[in-house]
Design a protein around this ligand. Structure first.
Ligand SMILES: [Mg+2]
Length: 172
């Protein structure tokens, strides 16, 4: 159970992900979280650095879908201008939206990565379906919703347990 919270890869930001390595390992699609993964939780729009990354992702042939637990207003306002498909109110970690995302990408679980900043939603949900999970460090904890703040407390507890068992070396 506890092992479901361990991401296959942990990085500070999406920009540290070795996209060429992913491609070499047969990855063809990216399911990514939005808030505190691509931009801060209160940042409405993309930015030049992110646009460069999306261009690179695209040029390497990856397909992308944004899967967020946030509402449609927020996720559409971010995703539509940069022309990325999305699922809002995803209710991660439940399977439904991950499965829908795989269908949108037309890919299998072992061809797809999940990128996100939360153990309880992104990592747990992705791991349970056999996706390759990548955990990023959230931009800022200050702007998070009430429920996310609760998740963070549980997350810190889980991290302590994982660390005690020697299963992770990074910190939260
Ligand atoms: Mg997030």
């Amino acid at each position: 159970m506890l092992k479901n919270f361990i991401p296959q890869l942990q990085v500070d930001t999406i920009y540290q992900i070795d996209l060429h390595e992913l491609k070499k390992n047969g990855i063809k699609g990216i399911i990514t979280d939005l808030d505190n993964t691509l931009v801060g939780a209160r940042e409405p729009n993309s930015n030049p650095q992110l646009m460069e990354w999306i261009k690179l992702v695209d040029s390497l042939g990856f397909k992308v879908v944004i899967v967020s637990n946030n509402n449609k207003l927020r996720v559409a306002a971010f995703s539509d201008p940069i022309k990325l498909p999305f699922i809002s109110r995803a209710q991660k970690p439940f399977n439904k939206s991950f499965i829908k995302a795989l269908q949108m990408l037309n890919l299998k679980a072992d061809e797809t990565v999940v990128i996100g900043d939360q153990l309880l939603t992104d990592v747990l949900g992705g791991n349970r379906l056999g996706l390759y999970t990548i955990l990023v460090t959230p931009f800022s904890l200050a702007d998070e919703s009430f429920f996310t703040k609760i998740n963070r407390r549980v997350e810190r507890y889980i991290c302590k347990k994982l660390k005690k068992r020697g299963w992770i070396t990074w910190d939260r």
